[in-house]
Design a protein around this ligand. Structure first.
Ligand code: MN
Length: 190
């Protein structure tokens, strides 16, 4: 584990100004995941997976898809604290990531990464540049893979019985699983 995995997260933010959590909570004991819809300068979705007591994070500009043919670029970002998985609100203008955030999906995941029939721990899988995991979310379900390429990470739905190429889940289910609100509604709070 990194010595101070939240250092970069904390350095980027002024906690007198933003309502985002500072961190300090220990791991949930489960493998939780969250996808936050974030109406920042450009709209994106943040995928976060609990690994070793922090949320490993990727910004996915086009968001996740249930269609295995849709390969989605995922830009790795700084580790976030566990309690960030519950964060919903508006990051003020001038602060890092300014804009509104909703908990678009959340749940748990199971690491499925194997090599030569041997289970690979999640941190090792990510260090190696390939992780496969099963999501038990409210919206996202089934196997997904994250793979590091020369152009960045790629997030893709694996082919299984839960794959679905007929519906755009981002359009079909735009609301927060926490509050039932849209990111636009949260943004109008001020
Ligand atoms: Mn973001």
């Amino acid at each position: 584990m990194k010595k101070d995995p939240l250092k970069i997260y904390q350095e980027k933010r002024n906690f007198d100004l933003t309502s985002e959590p500072m961190g300090g909570e220990v791991g949930s004991g489960n493998c939780i995941f969250v996808v936050q819809k974030h109406a920042a300068r450009s709209l994106h979705y943040d995928l976060r997976l609990e690994v070793d007591g922090v949320l490993r994070s990727w910004a996915v500009p086009k968001g996740p898809s249930m269609d295995p043919r849709q390969k989605r670029l995922a830009v790795e970002t700084e580790d976030h604290p566990i309690e960030y998985a519950r964060f919903e609100g508006t990051i003020p203008e001038g602060q890092y990531g300014a804009g509104s955030v909703i908990v678009w999906d959340s749940g748990t995941y199971r690491n499925m990464t194997e090599r030569d029939g041997r289970a690979i721990p999640m941190d090792e899988a990510l260090n190696n540049g390939h992780a496969a995991f099963w999501l038990e979310g409210n919206k996202l379900k089934g196997g997904f893979a994250l793979t590091r390429t020369q152009r960045g990470w790629i997030l893709v739905k694996m082919k299984d019985e839960l794959a679905d190429s007929s519906t755009d889940i981002l359009k079909a289910e735009p609301r927060s699983v926490k509050s039932g609100r849209t990111v636009e509604e949260v943004g109008n709070d001020l």
